[in-house]
Design a protein around this ligand. Sequence first.
Ligand SMILES: NC(=O)c1ccc[n+]([C@@H]2O[C@H](COP(=O)([O-])OP(=O)(O)OC[C@H]3O[C@@H](n4cnc5c(N)ncnc54)[C@H](O)[C@@H]3O)[C@@H](O)[C@H]2O)c1
Length: 256
Amino acid sequence: MHKIFEGHVAIITGAGQGIGFEIARQLCLKGATVILNDSDVALADKAAATISASGGLCVAMPGDASNVGFIKTMVGFAVNTFGSITMAVANAGLSLYGNFFEYPEEDFDKVMKLNLGGSFYLAQAVANQMIKQKSGGSIVFVSSVVGHQALKDLAAYAITKAGLEMLAKNLVVELSPHNISVNAVAPGATLTERTLTFDDYVNAWSAITPMGRPANVDDIANAVLFFLSPASRHITGQSLVIDGGWTSISPAPPNK
Ligand SMILES: NC(=O)c1ccc[n+]([C@@H]2O[C@H](COP(=O)([O-])OP(=O)(O)OC[C@H]3O[C@@H](n4cnc5c(N)ncnc54)[C@H](O)[C@@H]3O)[C@@H](O)[C@H]2O)c1
């Protein structure tokens, strides 16, 4: 396999399972050194060991990706241990479904703190380091189709994901002069350990997705790796929807 990420050091948050794990796995296979974060210590350790066993260098960094102090520690660890940081994927995100009319402040705060705050401060910490290194770099936010289209009981989550896409666009101003790209991917329904526990998930999403199935984690990881790779070196401030066509259609009138 061509090791196009050789010499790069990446941080991926919330990567103990699901989309983040697949991003970490693919990056390692292609030569990057990966710092794999998850708030679940056992899961982070197991995921990093599994990835390292298949040939890459993946180090677990368990901790809360919404905690700014921890984010700074994680970036410091990357630099002290591996000499630099050149890529970051703010993947950790909480959805916390709930009825808008009764949505608890506690859930609202948690969703904002991780999805928006965690991504914002990860970008800040890695960008400051990339500028110090004069290395350039790439940052990817993991958004969602729910940042584009309404879904019931997901209002709090939806505004964080829409906000992340504006964050990618806004940071173009600050980061482009330093050769740092910042983009977002917006997955649609994706099969992960978590979503597979939802009732009838595969059939329900297959029925309403133009391409006939929900995404697999590699459908999303492929797009993230594109944004991290030299192939996208002139692309910044963009969001790429990966949803098998779901956001392209609207309900049709009954006679169409
Ligand atoms: N799966 C989907 O269908 C889907 C669709 C659209 C967007 N997304 C987004 O993709 C990203 C990954 O989703 P997923 O479904 O693969 O992951 P997930 O919900 O299964 O979570 C992945 C990991 O994040 C960890 N995590 C939770 N809180 C954390 C924190 N505070 N700090 C560090 N780690 C934490 C969990 O322990 C878990 O192992 C999220 O941002 C999510 O919003 C997912």
